[in-house]
Design a protein around this ligand. Structure first.
Ligand code: HEM
Length: 153
């Protein structure tokens, strides 16, 4: 039987699997709050966010919805992350690497287990890679560096 990925049963299955690792709504809330507290204090990323986020409570609520969509298939997020990030001129590989390092450290400090940490880090890396690829294509009309290196080899 084919289960539609967004059907109620598939949604519930993904949520239950995550919750079995301690990734429940409360943990997602804690992760988001803890991560963006660090981001705001960060010398490289803080100013980029401060310039653009007018209301932090709304941004944090949006990011909780986003991560519930990713980790629980909740369908609670609707937005356009690609367009939003393409519009930020400062961000390149170094900023994404730093974002990921900060996110990983937040997980090391807060995740209920190593397995839970990986369940969150894997999609975070994939999304970061795809945002960076999209940024480069939109902005510069070029491919991500790894692919560029292959092309020019
Ligand atoms: C260098 C790294 C990054 C920077 C500086 C950054 C910065 C920002 C900023 C300033 C916004 C608010 C944009 C606005 O409302 O106009 C935003 C929104 C958002 N970011 Fe990032 N971001 C980064 C990486 C990531 C990554 C890796 C993810 C996902 C894993 C992510 C997910 C999102 C989402 C879901 C939104 C909301 C988009 C929407 O409202 O449609 N960001 N980011």
């Amino acid at each position: 039987m084919t289960v539609h990925p967004h059907s109620a049963s598939a949604r519930q299955a993904k949520k239950s699997a995550a919750e079995a690792f301690g990734i429940d709504e409360a943990y997602i809330g804690l992760l988001v709050e803890s991560f963006y507290t660090r981001v705001r204090d960060d010398a490289m990323l803080g100013p980029i966010f401060d310039k653009r986020i007018k209301a932090w409570p709304e941004h944090l609520e949006r990011m909780k919805q986003f991560w519930r969509s990713v980790l629980h298939n909740s369908g609670s997020f609707s937005g356009n992350p690609m367009l939003k990030h393409v519009a930020i001129p400062q961000i390149e590989a170094a900023e994404f690497d730093h974002w990921l390092a900060l996110f990983e450290q937040t997980l090391v400090d807060t995740a209920p287990s190593e397995a839970a940490r990986d369940m969150i880090l894997v999609p975070a890396r994939m999304i970061a890679d795809s945002l960076l690829a999209g940024i480069r294509i939109h902005r510069d009309g070029r491919l991500p560096s790894r692919m560029k290196d292959v092309q020019h080899a």
